[in-house]
Design a protein around this ligand. Structure first.
Ligand code: HGY
Ligand code: MN
Ligand code: MN
Ligand code: MN
Length: 384
């Protein structure tokens, strides 16, 4: 068994979900088990482990936060029934890359909390807190589906912005590629599409399914259904991506017209202008339809992530170092995108043969993962 396969096997069973994929929500038992594993791996390598008071964990070869340190790493949490590579691949690869190049370097490994926003709703919550991109009070008050707040799950008020982040000389995140764009084992990221999550609440009048005449209804499910179709159509028209993958209905009964439907719009586009136009078009259609249905619509932006252009020089340098690895953009969000506003940042992508992610079919071949470790080792060696 290769070094990669052996280390990967240690975590592959953690948080496997009945029904397929993984359930590794932030700060729940499977994710906490992975954090313990992280501490043990760091300890085995003589690395000091620190926490930043925001739920992010770090292992350091050198003095924590020392000037000129290169940080690498990713996240352990998953979306519901997500793949096992999205996140953990970057952390496992980081330990193995250091095994190759030695621990005498100014390198740290980060495990960022709640990257997916799968539990508390805001993606990249840990890196946003660390960089001051979200107020600690707002983060502390975010609730999961059981009503538990992030502050309660963390066991303390989040510490918020750590100015020492800017002392680091670079952040390099290795990540599985999440679409069908990469046909060689390794690629380098150029950009992240601007994207966001909007909670749309459609309010109508709850009533009896059997006795309410069709003409007397104010059914928010109709407005929601129209909005789902409109989002899809507008995204196709504009050349962007729109998804409504999460929905809640109240009272959620077969024999009652719902009083409320809550649907989340995930919208992404190659540039901000296109994203703005998409959002405007979807809201316009939803509002018009609400007028016809006698329902009401409110829209709340839960998180908006601006377009990220990674450091062009660094991307070119890493591509050349890796034998002219392709440089490509992605529609997926990453902690690297948040950190890129504060320090030179790059991402390495490992090929995904199924092209599927955020679903159980996400895959990466062992040989490609080994190539990823070798690539990250070369990069860390060159940057330190
Ligand atoms: O792209 C996303 O949905 C998340 O940031 N991983
Ligand atoms: Mn993800
Ligand atoms: Mn990820
Ligand atoms: Mn992501």
């Amino acid at each position: 068994m290769s070094d990669f396969a052996a280390l990967w096997a240690e975590i592959a069973g953690v948080g496997r979900a009945p029904g397929g994929g993984y359930l590794r929500y932030a700060l729940t038992p499977p994710e906490l088990a992975l954090r313990d594993w992280f501490r043990a791996q760091a300890g085995r390598r003589g690395m000091a482990v620190t926490e930043d008071g925001n739920g992010n964990l770090f292992a350091w070869c050198s003095e924590p936060w020392a000037g000129g340190t290169v940080l690498t790493g990713s996240h352990f949490d998953s979306v519901p029934h997500g793949g096992g590579f999205d996140g953990p691949l970057g952390i496992v690869s980081a330990f193995l890359a250091l095994d190759r190049i030695g621990y005498h370097r100014k390198v740290g490994i980060g495990a960022f909390v709640e990257e997916e926003g799968g539990r508390f709703g805001v993606p990249c919550l840990g890196s946003r807190l660390l960089t001051g991109a979200i107020a600690p009070d707002r983060a502390a008050a975010l609730r999961d589906r059981d009503g538990v707040t992030f502050g309660e799950a963390l066991g303390a008020a989040p510490a918020g912005h750590l100015p020492q982040i800017t002392r680091l000389s670079a952040f390099v995140e290795l990540h599985i590629e999440q679409g069908r764009a990469l046909t060689t084992p390794i690629g380098v990221a150029s950009a992240i599409w601007p994207h966001g999550r909007w909670r749309m609440e459609f309010t109508g009048a709850g009533d009896h399914a059997g006795t309410t005449r069709m003409t007397d209804r104010r059914d928010p499910m109709l407005t929601f259904a129209h909005t789902v179709l409109a989002a899809n159509a507008e995204a196709r028209l504009i050349g962007a991506h729109a998804t409504m993958g999460r929905v809640e209905a109240e009272p959620n009964a077969t024999n009652a017209i719902p009083s409320l439907v809550r649907g989340w719009l995930d919208a992404r586009a190659a540039d901000t202008g296109t994203l703005d136009r998409l959002l405007e078009a979807v809201i316009k259609q939803a509002t018009e339809r609400a007028g016809r249905d006698g329902t009401e619509l409110s829209v709340v932006a839960e998180s908006v992530t601006a377009e990220v252009a990674f450091d062009t020089e660094l991307a070119r340098r890493l591509s050349a170092l890796l034998g002219d690895a392709p440089i490509l953009p992605t529609g997926a969000g990453h902690d690297a995108g948040v950190l890129s506003a504060h320090l030179p940042t790059a991402m390495l992508f490992v090929r995904n043969p199924t092209g599927v992610s955020h679903a159980p079919a996400e895959e990466a071949g062992v040989a490609d993962c080994e190539a990823g470790v070798a690539a990250l080792a070369r990069v860390l060696e060159a940057l330190t």
